[in-house]
Write a protein that binds this ligand. Structure first.
Ligand code: ZN
Length: 307
């Protein structure tokens, strides 16, 4: 079992407000930080959120608009000044690698840890880990942009105590191994985890849209997400603006989430004109039954589906 939660560091669109910083959403999964976009100044909320400077970090940049990527530089420098030693992995558009390298050189950053940048050139799997993978899908924005999904693999089923007792295994570390899917040997006898556990349980799926119009492609990509963070720059009375600027309205986010069977929808990337996002939540709430507005520093747990 791995704890997972989402922490919003910046939830405003294009311009920061007195209560909202520029785009940045973090999935905290176990001891790892998966950071999606890094708007200017986000390191301040990074510190406020006490996310930890030496955790394993992966940064994903959805597109090359300043309010989504300028802050990566500040974050990298702050982490260095605070003594980070572990490398940071970054995945983003091909121009992002050049942007970071040029700035690190011109600004004489002197980073004390390694920054490894992978350019994303096509849709598909971006990161492959033991128990999850992250893939990307083309979004529809003014410039090339990607949306991302974190997909956990299925987990082993629950330990069946009756079955395990037949093998005479005492409670303890062998139980833990079997529960985690590992096979063990007890008194010379091989015990397969699948023999003493119930049916495998689904992992969690979390989607991050970045800036985009709603599309059928994204609806498929976000299919069955436990939690989806989606562009909700405008309310539906500004639909024309949303269309012209390649963003989404709260209603459109909710329609997509409904069509994709998303369990929980988090609206974010609000135009600075909305002092109060209740209007957007109400609007989306008439379409999807589990909607919330993202707020800077807001934390939302992502539990496993009960089985
Ligand atoms: Zn943008």
């Amino acid at each position: 079992m791995v704890d997972m939660r989402i922490v919003f560091l910046g939830t405003s669109a294009a311009v920061p407000t007195s209560t909202r910083g520029l785009s940045c959403t973090v999935i905290v999964r176990g001891g790892e930080l998966l950071i999606f976009d890094a708007g200017e100044g986000i390191q301040q909320n990074f510190i406020r959120s006490r996310l930890g400077i030496n955790k394993k970090i992966k940064i994903f940049i959805t597109h090359m608009h300043a309010d989504h990527c300028l802050g990566a530089l500040g974050l990298l420098q702050t982490l260095s000044l605070l003594g980070r030693e572990a490398p940071v992995d970054i995945y983003g558009p091909p121009d992002f690698a050049e942007f970071v390298r040029a700035n690190v050189k011109i600004l004489a950053f002197g980073l004390i840890y390694e920054v490894r940048i992978t350019s994303i050139k096509a849709e598909g799997v971006v990161v492959q880990e033991k128990d999850y993978f992250i893939n990307c899908c083309k979004a529809r924005h003014i410039i090339p942009a990607y949306a991302f999904c974190l997909n956990e693999y299925e987990r082993p089923g629950k330990l069946d105590i009756k079955k395990i007792e037949k093998f005479g295994i005492p409670e303890g570390h062998l139980y833990k191994k079997l529960q985690s899917g590992e096979d063990v040997t007890y008194k010379g006898r091989r015990v397969l985890s699948v023999r003493v556990t119930g049916p495998r349980r689904p992992g969690r799926k979390v989607g991050i849209s970045g800036d985009t119009r709603p599309t059928a492609r994204l609806r498929n990509f976000f299919r069955d997400c436990d939690l989806l963070v989606f562009d909700s720059t405008y309310s539906h009375d500004e639909f024309q603006k949303a269309k012209e600027r390649f963003h989404s309205t709260a209603s459109e986010a909710a329609i997509l989430a409904n069509g994709a069977g998303v369990k929980k929808l988090l609206l974010t990337h609000f135009s600075a004109r909305y002092k109060d996002t209740n209007q957007l939540v109400r609007e989306a709430g008439t379409i999807h039954n589990n909607v919330e507005a993202a707020e800077d520093l807001k934390v939302i747990d992502i539990p496993y589906t009960k089985s």
